[in-house]
Design a protein around this ligand. Structure first.
Ligand code: FES
Ligand code: FES
Length: 171
């Protein structure tokens, strides 16, 4: 027999809240269970499955998104804390069909194998460059250390980020 907590909707138990946020430049107002992570809101409620669930515990970086321009692990954030936030996921990077320079750099450098970590690597790489932590391969490796790649594509990931950092220096 199902437990009461499993059978009673969160909205009926006072465990749900309204949250208003922007996801990929689209304003959303939603009711979510207070225990829902931003990662589950993106994947389960909005169908934005480009943001991956690896560890669900803040240890792999697969779920990295930008919140108000800052890279964060979506699995560690409660969705209800996102009131008024601007969230960008991998699906929101391309501009009218044109890939973001970081997406293009990952293709140019062949910086993936299975691709599971890649959305998180790309979002984190964007954060790494915008923070000014892409001055050398060593610095990039240090500031990208929260993004794990089981396929071991680290050399090419670093090259892709260096490509974008060099282009933005010259811009
Ligand atoms: Fe969020 Fe691993 S799924 S850090
Ligand atoms: Fe497979 Fe990174 S490309 S985990």
């Amino acid at each position: 027999m199902p437990s009461q907590s499993a059978s009673v909707p969160a909205t009926a138990t006072g465990l749900a809240s309204q949250v208003s946020l922007s996801v990929n430049r689209v304003r959303r107002r939603m009711e979510v269970d207070n225990r829902t992570s931003l990662l589950d809101l993106l994947r389960e409620h909005l169908g934005l499955v480009g943001t991956k669930k690896g560890c669900d515990a803040g240890a792999c970086g697969a779920c990295t998104v930008l919140v108000n321009g800052v890279r964060m692990n979506a699995c560690l954030i409660l969705a209800v804390r996102m009131e008024g936030a601007e969230v960008t996921t991998i699906e929101g990077l391309a501009d009218e069909g044109e890939l973001h320079p970081m997406q293009q750099a990952f293709i140019d450098r062949d910086a993936f194998q299975c691709g599971y970590c890649t959305p998180g690597q790309i979002m984190s790489g964007i954060g790494c460059v915008s923070e000014g932590h892409a001055g050398s391969a060593e610095t990039i490796r240090e500031w990208m250390s929260g993004n794990i790649c089981r396929c071991g594509c680290y050399v090419r990931i670093t090259e892709a980020i260096q490509q974008v950092a060099s282009a933005s220096e010259g811009a």
